[in-house]
Every structure is written in C-alpha cells, then in structure tokens.
Write a protein that binds this ligand. Structure first.
Ligand code: DX5
Ligand code: ZN
Length: 227
C-alpha cells in the first residue's frame, strides 16, 4: 500500500559546526528537512540551544524545520518554539504532562505535532493520542548525543507502530532518529519509516550532498521490499 510513499531525509544540525551554522545548514540544502535538536541539560544531560538559535536557523533556510525538543516541561515551553518557526514540533511522551493540550497548542499555531518515544517506551503508550498526531518519532538511541550506535530492536518497533496505525486507521509519519546510516536505512523504510534523521552520517561526511544522496538511495531501496 505504501510502496510509492515519499521518504524524507532530515539531517540533524546537532552535528554541525555552530561557529558556522548558516554555512552548515546551506550544505544540506538537498535534504528534505532540517532536524533541530533542543536539549535542556535536564531531560537529557547536555545543553544544545534554545529558541534564539531555532529562530536563526529558520531565517537561514527554506527547508522545513523539524524541531525535536529533548526538554522537561514541554507543556510550558512549546510556545517559544512555535514562535521561533518550528514547522514540525516534537515533544517527548516521557516529559509531557497534558499531551493532548500540547498537541492542540501546536495545531492552533498552524504547525505539525510530533510525539517522540525513547527506546524503552513501548508503542502502546500512543494508543490514546495517535489519532491526533502528525508524526511519531521513535528514538533509536537514548537521546542526548550524536554518534551513538543504532539500537537494532527499533526496526521491530517501527513495524509495531505501523500495525498500531493500521488498527486505528490513522497514518502519521514515522520518523527514526539516532545511529541512522546507509546500512540500516533500507530496513527501517521496509519496516515502515517515512523520515530518517541523520546527524553524523551526513555532517561527518566531506561531501554532505553525496551523503544525503547515498542515504536517500539506500532508504528508497527499502520501499521495494517493504510495507
Ligand atoms: C540524539 C539526537 C539526534 C542526533 C542524531 O539525541 O536527537 O537527532 O543528533 O545523531 P546521529 O545520527 O549521529 O546518531
Ligand atoms: Zn533528534
């Protein structure tokens, strides 16, 4: 059913050089989205940046901003990131208190809502809210750092999420983040992923456009054997 669906590549600027962020965002202009990792030093140990940098990123690209909040208390903070220009705004299920209210806040601002699950959070936590979501982000590493090893069981988790979506008759995008490379891209897409985030696999390459192209080709090869 989904053989001809579009696969989106979203490089994470967490692996960019913040001294030349504009230039590093330009270097991924052949990607589909810019993935923006916000870390508060509380929900995850590191601090990355906040709304001011998200707003600067927004000004420097025409690509949609896919903002991934790794922060405590998203209930009180999402407004700042909507104002900063997030197109997709993702909050962690583990951090949210009133998740439906957060989703409504995002939608009222005209943005798309993503709920994110840590590797140890089961897919069934989405049962009561999946119909409201534009995207589900499955973490394939424990959030906080780029360059970690991919957790293989994420592939089964993507399949479980696809099954849940089928059962509920909904089709949010499925995004995977952490340790994504050309070696696991096809299997993720075959399992049902639509959006692949890649930090080090893109920014670690000398030629970012070539790395994006390689990832895209690998991902698309998963369509022929997948859902
Ligand atoms: C991890 C971040 C990821 C990270 C991905 O907490 O959410 O977006 O930057 O980096 P790689 O692709 O290097 O694992
Ligand atoms: Zn991320």
């Amino acid at each position: 059913m989904l053989l001809d669906r579009e696969i989106l590549i979203a490089p994470s600027i967490l692996s960019a050089d913040f001294c030349k962020l504009g230039e590093d965002i330009d270097s991924i202009s052949t990607a589909d989205w810019v993935h923006v990792d916000v870390m508060d030093g509380h929900f995850v140990p590191p601090v990355s940046f906040g709304p001011v940098v998200v707003e600067a990123a927004k000004r420097s690209t025409e690509l949609p901003l896919d903002v991934h909040l790794m922060i405590s208390n998203p209930d009180d903070r999402v407004g700042d990131y909507l104002t900063a220009g997030a197109d997709y705004l993702g909050f962690h299920q583990e951090a949210a208190i009133h998740a439906h209210r957060i989703v409504s806040h995002i939608h009222d601002a005209g943005a798309k809502a993503t709920m994110t699950l840590n590797p140890a959070t089961p897919v069934n936590m989405l049962e009561a809210i999946i119909g409201e979501l534009d995207m589900v982000l499955l973490m394939s590493v424990n959030p906080g750092y780029g360059g970690q090893a991919f957790i293989e069981s994420t592939i089964d988790k993507v399949e479980e999420l696809r099954a849940l979506c089928r059962r509920k008759g909904v089709c949010p995008l499925i995004e995977v983040d952490g340790g994504v490379t050309k070696n696991n891209a096809a299997a993720l897409v075959a399992a049902g992923a639509d959006v692949l985030v890649a930090g080090s696999a893109v920014y670690g390459a000398e030629d970012r456009a070539a790395a994006i192209e390689e990832l895209r080709r690998a991902a698309q090869s998963g369509l022929v054997r997948g859902v």
